[in-house]
Design a protein around this ligand. Sequence first.
Ligand code: HPA
Length: 272
Amino acid sequence: MIEKIRQTAEYISRRINGNHPDTAIILGTGLGALVDHIENKKYIPYAEIPNFPVSTVEGHSGNLIFGTLGSKPIMAMQGRFHYYEGYDMKQVTFPVRVMKALGINTLYVSNAAGGMNKEFKVGDIMIITDHINLFPENPLRGKNYEELGPRFPAMTEAYDHKLIGLADEIASRKGIRVMHGVYVGVPGPTFETPAEYEYFRIIGGDAVGMSTVPEVIVANHSGMKVFGVSVITDLGGKDVTEVPTHEDVQKAAQSAQPKMMEIMRELVNSVK
Ligand code: HPA
């Protein structure tokens, strides 16, 4: 694994002429349009990157994008690898390992999620304050390489409090409603039964989705700071009768995109 990470990082480093950003963004459903705001873009299709898995799911194209957002040099992942697609946890999180090897110290992640919190509305933005890992496997299972991180990493502040505070300030200044909440990470690909949404709420979850948790675990293992945000694309629970579809999720995520964009752009640029 160490050798693969090194190989891949070296390849990417060559493609970007050694100009390494310290900030990365994983553009999930809901933040795809951020790409239009990245300037001086250089695309590297996943298919060209040695050791990279290839993204398959509808609505996700697979590219690494290097460029600047505002005045900040960044690296973005356009499309991520989901566990439900059949990738194993090491594949899902491989790009985060490569990010670390390239010198990334702050990771921004976004996703679409179903809301269980009764205060939430479709189209809301939820800043992730914590998560509950319900994937059947932890990405750190197996041999630990000390050079990548500790055997038993703490997850006490998996989502950086300072970044959350900054995002709150930005949202409040711009008059954008943001919620806070706990993200429950599940394998999917089924959406939840009403009883499952209810169960996730009772155990302390506010929103549920099929990504993010593996990448955030590995980012923390690597010593990165993480900021995560969900777009609430559907609601679930005992009293909810609407049936979520992939199309609805995409549509709701799109409508929240401008708000997400504004916060992210300023947040990324406010971190020195
Ligand atoms: N459940 C799981 N994942 C999701 C949902 C949901 O309701 N909405 C968007 N991603």
